[in-house]
Design a protein. Structure first.
Length: 141
């Protein structure tokens, strides 16, 4: 391989994820130096993550199996944003932090949310609800 072809290989920039590119931070004619700034921000919009904090009482109910479990060890959530009157988007919790923040009494949680119509965008504020609000028939003692 000639030195010119090798130099040309170093001019290709590839994103490690599929997604949408934002505004270019460097344009043609700017000097791009490795590890000294970003060229563009790429965000995935097929799969989003919802990060939120959960109070310790709700967390304890969840892990004791009294609420929200889908039966296979994961927890389902419903998400609503902005003008949504309900919680139309469904997701699954994939991460609980390993500590409860003693200053707030909350634990950090992350859920995966499919976004096939690309309606939701990273950075939106969201309301999260565990489990479902459907009525169930049960016998109480």
């Amino acid at each position: 391989m000639t030195a010119a072809k090798l130099d040309l290989q170093f001019t290709e920039i590839r994103s490690p994820i599929n997604g949408r590119a934002g505004r270019a931070l460097l344009t043609i004619g700017n000097l791009a130096v490795a590890n000294q700034g970003m060229l563009v921000t790429v965000v995935s919009d097929d799969l989003l993550y919802v990060d939120f904090d959960l109070d310790e009482q709700t967390y304890l109910k969840l892990i004791s199996g009294r609420s929200g479990s889908t039966g296979n060890g994961s927890y389902s959530i419903s998400v609503g944003v902005g003008g949504d009157e309900s919680f139309p988007y469904a997701g699954v919790v994939d991460f609980f932090d390993n500590v409860v923040d003693p200053s707030t009494g909350t634990i950090h949680v992350r859920a995966r949310l499919q976004n096939p119509q690309h309606i939701l965008k990273p950075g939106l504020y969201a309301r999260v609800r565990f489990g479902s609000a459907e009525d169930t028939n049960t016998i109480l003692d």
